[in-house]
Design a protein around this ligand. Structure first.
Ligand code: GLN
Length: 449
């Protein structure tokens, strides 16, 4: 399998460009070790020997972890993230590290400090972001599955654009230890796979409480694969009118309505509801996420991690020049925005207000979940866009996340599953669940798939 993975990469990655770093020697060595266990009772679990790709903001010991940033072009972590440790225990084989928008800020991979990953369905188009490499590598058949991270949509949006399955778990479900923090109150690691079943297996392996992450929830994980019963009879689905309204492409809407018909045919019921504050999601997110990022990214100072400027005569210059030379434009924009929103005199008007709106957005979800089992709608308002199409206007780029962002603000889980094509490109169906109820999401997604 490992050989097959590398030969597929050799075949297609010149075009797709999903990988930043390959772990060829390490992976082959591990494969040999696993081969010697084949057929013995030392073989562990159902993921044994499967090739996996890891987003480049997740720490892999001794394996370059750049976060898609020139500032960390030479950075090799000294420890594995908890999720990587868990996958090593499950005996998957890490094939390499996957391209991403710098520090996970972006929706198209155009903010990578290295190169542009392409959509395997049509290489003129973006794969989505920020986990673009993670989604593209699975869609192109380079790895069996991958890990991504989702702060405002970065697993679901690229999964939708590349026609694969991507889950953002409940905040706290999966340990963030070893994930480079972008917006700590929103970030979550999750699986990107070809099928819902694979996704459930992978979540089973990486979920669970971790004492190394103080925001990791001490709740039992569910048996995710047991949820794949195919039965959705009597299930109550809510469809927010904001998710099928203005700004959502007609063809995307059509695919969603068709999906609803399929579920209806299986005995589920659906009704239109409202998430009235979701229209403030993008504004709220960009204040909060940028504020948290401005604080989190202060650690990249040229002293502790990665590349250091060669043009500095004193400490202040060392900080300034390292950051000016190392960070890309979007990262600088977020740091400035966040620093402004947190500064005294503006804090109440922006950061504090955004926190209040975040609560209103969460309350909207709570209310709907009193009566319904899941919320359903599109993952994105449009299918993948062309490389370069939105780079001149950050606001239209930000607006692409309008349907994924409220989920992160509320902390609830959501999946994107493929639901047909529009103009030859994949459409994503988003299924949102109650906090810590990934099982129901999987049940619906699997029945539909
Ligand atoms: N596209 C959003 C942003 O640029 C979300 C990114 C993410 O989920 N990491 O911030």
């Amino acid at each position: 399998l490992v050989d097959a993975s590398f030969s597929r990469i050799q075949q297609v990655d010149e075009k797709v460009k999903a990988f930043l770093t390959l772990n060829e020697e390490g992976a082959r060595e591990q494969a040999k070790l696993l081969d010697s266990k084949m057929g013995t009772d030392e073989m562990r679990g159902l993921l044994f020997g499967l090739p996996i790709g890891v987003k480049d903001n997740i720490s892999t010991k001794g394996l370059r972890t750049t976060n898609g940033s020139q500032l960390l072009a030479n950075f090799e972590p000294v420890y594995d993230a908890t999720v990587v440790q868990k996958l090593n225990e499950a005996e998957t084989v890490t094939i390499g590290k996957l391209n991403m928008d710098e520090f996970a800020m972006g929706s198209s991979n155009e903010n990578s400090g290295f190169f542009q990953t392409r959509n395997p369905w049509n290489t003129d188009y973006v794969p989505g972001g920020s986990s673009g490499g993670s989604a593209a590598s699975v869609a192109a058949g380079e790895v069996f599955f991958s890990l991504g991270s989702d702060t405002g949509g970065s697993i679901r949006q690229p999964a939708a654009f590349c026609g694969v399955v991507g889950l953002k778990p409940t905040y706290g479900r999966v340990s963030r230890f070893g994930l480079t923090a972008f917006a700590s109150s929103l970030d979550q690691i999750g699986p990107i796979t070809n099928t819902v079943e694979d996704n459930a297996f992978l979540l089973q392996a990486i979920a669970g409480h971790d004492k190394m992450d103080s925001t990791s929830a001490n709740v039992d994980k569910q048996d995710y694969t047991a949820a794949l019963t195919g039965d959705v009879k009597g299930l109550k689905i809510a469809v927010p009118k904001e998710y099928i309204g203005e700004g959502v492409d007609e063809e995307v809407k059509n695919r969603i309505m068709e999906a609803l018909k399929v579920l209806e045919g299986m005995g589920a019921e659906w009704e239109e509801v409202s998430l009235p504050h979701s229209k403030y999601g993008v504004a709220t997110y960009y204040l909060l996420a940028s504020s948290e990022a401005s604080s989190n990214l202060a650690r990249f100072d040229g002293v502790r991690y990665g590349v250091r400027t060669e043009n500095a005569d004193n400490l202040l210059e060392l900080y300034n020049h390292t950051r000016s030379e190392g960070f890309g434009d979007e990262v600088k924009r977020r740091i400035m925005l966040g620093t402004f929103a947190l500064s005294s005199g503006f804090y109440d008007a922006y950061y504090k207000k955004a926190q209040k709106v975040r609560t209103l957005i969460k309350n909207d979800f709570d209310q709907v979940f009193e009566k319904y089992d899941v919320i359903l709608g599109p993952t994105t308002p449009t299918t993948a866009f062309k490389v370069g199409e939105k780079t001149d206007d950050p606001l239209t780029m930000y607006a692409n996340d309008i349907l994924t962002i409220p989920v992160n603000l509320a902390g609830v889980p959501a999946i994107s599953v493929p639901c047909g094509l529009s103009n030859g490109l994949p459409v994503g169906l988003q299924i949102i669940g109650k906090a810590f109820d990934e099982s129901t999401i999987y049940r619906v997604a699997h029945a539909y798939e």
